[in-house]
Ligand binder design. Sequence first.
Ligand code: GAR
Length: 192
Amino acid sequence: MMNLAIFASGTGSNFDAIMTAIEDGKLEANVSLLVSDRIDAGVIEKAQRRQIDTVVFNPKSFANKEAFEKALLKDCKDRGVEWIILAGYMRLIGSTLLMAYEHRILNIHPSLLPAFPGKDAIGQAYDKQVKLTGVTVHYVDDGMDTGPIIDQEAVRIHEQDTKDDIKQKIQAVEHELYPRVIQSLTIKEESR
Ligand code: GAR
């Protein structure tokens, strides 16, 4: 069974979706750690409610990225974490974690990459008035949302959709797609 750490900076609806998929037996994995870089992130309470070990750090209290990633690496290794799942973690991953978890860090992004990388992908799609956007799950490399794509799903934007409508549709897709992709990687790993 895959042992996961989830990194998140936001409300944690994807964290919840992954946990629910595990509880429902749709995802054979174990989450042994939640990492957040924001003390006020809603995901922290969600993790504590589920009694998941939680590490909250303030990047500003470290000398640099290498210093906080070394601390996070220890937190992960101490718990035998095999995969790092970014779920709304709004920070680039540095070489410390990338080297330790080569091809074992996943990200979910709310657009059909390579369109609309970076922050506020939903707002970018809305402003450009595209008719089709979606969700991408990809391996993480040292770029901004540039790693090899694993899976994507499209979401249609209708004329009358507000930004909030689009967000709701995107998140509904995310909550199905992310656990499914993680499960498919589990199966691949076990058949090796
Ligand atoms: C998700 O929509 C995720 O795709 C996005 O942040 C949101 C987090 O929501 N990630 C990015 O934009 C990464 N570039 P959540 O906290 O409710 O899971």
